[in-house]
Design a protein around this ligand. Structure first.
Ligand code: NAD
Length: 478
């Protein structure tokens, strides 16, 4: 069984849900119950929002430097608890332990970034055509409701929470029910670091009941959501009722474009990790591999070999590179996509099957011979599957990469400097790695074009989206 119940965190206290309900989280590597968690409902969401509104009166009035001191302590505590947070994440959602530990370290880095950034983020003095001056002020919004997905639970909670709290807002965080545990522990560490009660409240529970209560609550000023485009649309619609500020980080179907002039050995060796990391459950996954026709065979030779070498297994084993998928339904969905791909004419040239034993594992899978109009090239699979598509020239590569309703991420492999810039600029997507799988950094803005989202996280943009901008005119007329 799940041991003692993991209660909600409201107003600085761990409390049971008002209606006394609980739910179990399952370790996807063993398929056994890992923990039992209090299940928040609408009443708990309301209590949490009210606690956050009370806490805002003090927290929002503190100076950025006073707030930063707490954030620095919090970052230190996160770093001291990397082992605990990493293992908790691994058992809660199946992420390979090395990756989960990296994510916990990243949470400390992002927290320090915002502790250091918040007193360097200020307004301006603007001359106007009157005797006097306009001053602008960056002010916190108030209570922010942050709703997060299950795939990078701690990271995404922190990418939203750290800038919100640094900027003087207070937070009600609703983590996904599949993986709520690191968010609760993270918030406890915040209290230990000196966050006043009510500044960060955590209410795990069903999306509809808790989500609706938060998104429609009159005391909530901003909703920050990361999740599927489908739910994002619903949230935007509901938040419009009270003109809330809304940022949405949604799905993706990003391309990895490999030109014949690239270092094909390096691209083939590295690019598989841009889709198979975290078992492909990554909004930035480069799940379409676009390769120049003349380089297809050579690239695939390296790409397939590197994919075959990925160590799939017990996520708690330090050597493991890819753990299980988060749940049985998630694996079934991915398997249905693989079947759909072969029905439509693709060929599985690697993976496609479950390894033996317990756990929701699935081998990294390469679907060759795809075209961009197939379902597997259009819909976000959110599992370890890549669809291979060939192109004849640069114009076709750009056209195919952009032919998607999404625009979150992508990579581009070429040695031609002018082409690097030309193609990177031509792609309608929020972030690109050139000769690299990386496009996300704490210091740089992150967020989607088109149906991949609205607004940016990370970098100074994270503070922009957590503040209101006020203009004050001071007359100097005698
Ligand atoms: P999801 O949309 O099903 O759920 C996300 C969160 O929203 C969960 O906490 C869920 O409980 C809640 N929710 C569900 N219905 C709701 C409703 N009606 N009102 C309010 N809240 C509701 O997504 P998921 O399955 O948890 O995560 C996978 C999705 O997240 C993928 O589409 C992935 O691309 C996306 N994602 C995007 C980013 C990004 O930064 N762009 C990052 C990670 C994941």
């Amino acid at each position: 069984m799940g041991g003692p119940v993991e209660n909600l965190l409201i107003d600085g206290e761990r409390v049971p849900a008002a209606e006394g309900r609980t739910f179990d989280t399952v370790n996807p590597a063993t398929t056994e119950v890992f923990r039992t968690v209090a299940e928040a409902g609408a009443e708990d969401a309301d209590r949490a929002v009210r606690a956050a509104a009370r806490a805002f009166e003090d927290w929002g009035a503190r100076t950025p430097i006073q707030r930063a001191k707490v954030l620095y302590r919090w970052a230190d505590l996160i770093e001291e608890h990397i082992d605990e947070l990493g293992l908790l994440e691994t058992r809660d959602m199946g992420m390979a332990l090395g990756d989960a530990r990296w994510c916990a370290g990243n949470a400390a880095t992002v927290m320090r970034y915002y502790a250091g950034a918040v007193d360097k983020f200020f307004g301006s003095t603007i001359p106007v055509d009157r005797d006097g001056i306009v001053l602008t002020f960056r002010e916190p919004i108030g209570v922010t409701a942050l709703i997060t997905p299950w795939n990078f639970p701690l990271n995404i909670a922190n990418w939203k929470t750290a800038p919100a709290i640094a900027a003087g807002n207070t937070v009600v965080l609703k983590p996904a029910s599949l993986s709520p545990l690191t968010a609760l522990r993270y918030a406890e560490l915040g209290l230990e670091a000196g966050l006043p009660p009510g500044v960060l409240n955590v209410v795990p529970g069903p999306g509809r009941a808790v989500g609706d209560a938060l998104v429609e609550h009159p005391l909530v000023g901003k909703v920050g959501f990361t999740g599927s485009t489908e739910v994002g649309v619903e949230i935007a619609r509901k938040a419009a009722g009270t003109i809330k500020r809304v940022t949405l980080e949604l799905g993706g179907k990003s391309a990895c474009i490999v030109f014949a002039d690239a270092d094909l050995e390096k691209a083939g060796r590295m690019a598989p990790f841009s889709v198979f990391e975290n078992a492909g459950q990554d909004c930035c996954a480069r799940s379409r591999l676009l390769v120049e026709e003349s380089a297809r065979d050579e690239l695939l030779e390296h790409y397939v070999a590197a994919t075959r070498a990925i160590v799939v297994g017990d996520p708690e084993d330090g050597a493991t590179q890819m753990g299980p998928l988060v749940s049985a339904p998630q694996r079934e969905t991915v398997e249905r996509y693989i079947a759909k791909g072969t029905d439509e004419g693709a060929t599985v040239i690697e993976g496609g099957t479950r390894p033996e034993g317990a756990g929701y594992y699935l081998r990294p899978t390469i679907l060759d011979g795809c075209t961009n109009d197939m379902v597997v090239a259009r819909e976000e699979i959110f599992g370890p599957v890549v669809s291979v598509i060939t192109f004849r020239d640069e114009a076709e590569a750009v056209r195919l990469a952009n032919d998607t309703p999404y625009g979150l991420s992508g990579s581009l492999w070429t040695r031609d400097g002018a082409r690097q810039l030309r193609v990177a600029r031509a792609l309608r997507t929020g972030g690109i790695g050139v000769n690299s799988n990386s496009s996300v950094f704490p210091q740089a803005p992150f967020g989607g074009y088109k149906q991949s989202g609205v607004g940016k996280e990370l970098g100074m943009e994270g503070l922009v989206h957590n503040t209101e901008l006020k203009s004050v005119f001071i007359s100097t007329e005698a």
